[in-house]
Design a protein. Structure first.
Length: 150
């Protein structure tokens, strides 16, 4: 992994915390992976790794301060892959996945067409599940492209 990927991953976790897609423990686990994967991790990642006593705003602040090149398209792809993983746990996760998608439309940049597609998604039934799967399939991230658990 390159340091350039740290920033979009950190941004995905920060935004995902707001949308309920990631937990504080997910952020700490990610920091531990970065430390194991990097010769000289930045101080923000080191602090995050030791962040058991940190509150949500402190974690978000550390994630925001991770240096590197922001890549909003990849950050969005990571978050939508996380939603897809939630959906992959079963049809009973459809309402939760659609709720997270709706939250993400207010936190990330989506085209009007994407927003309309998301707004049309139902929260129950086989057809709604198939539509959500189809929408999210376009955003799949291969496991080797990230440290995040998707």
């Amino acid at each position: 992994m390159t340091t350039l990927q740290q920033k979009p991953e950190a941004d995905a976790i920060r935004i995902g915390l707001l949308a309920g897609l990631f937990s504080k423990q997910d952020a700490i686990n990610w920091a531990d992976l970065v430390i194991a994967d990097t010769d000289k991790p930045c101080s923000e990642v080191l602090d995050l790794s030791m962040g058991d006593s940190l509150d949500g705003s402190a974690i978000a602040s550390l994630l925001s301060a991770v240096p590197g090149q922001a890549d909003l398209a990849f950050t969005k792809q990571l978050l939508l892959s996380r939603v897809r993983a939630r959906l992959g746990k079963g049809k009973d996760q459809l309402a939760s996945a659609v709720g997270a998608l709706n939250q993400l439309t207010s936190l990330l940049s989506f085209t009007d067409a994407e927003k309309q597609e998301i707004a049309k998604l139902g929260t129950s039934g086989d057809e709604a599940f198939a539509q959500a799967e189809k929408l999210l399939a376009a955003y799949a991230v291969a496991p080797e492209q990230t440290r995040l658990s998707l």
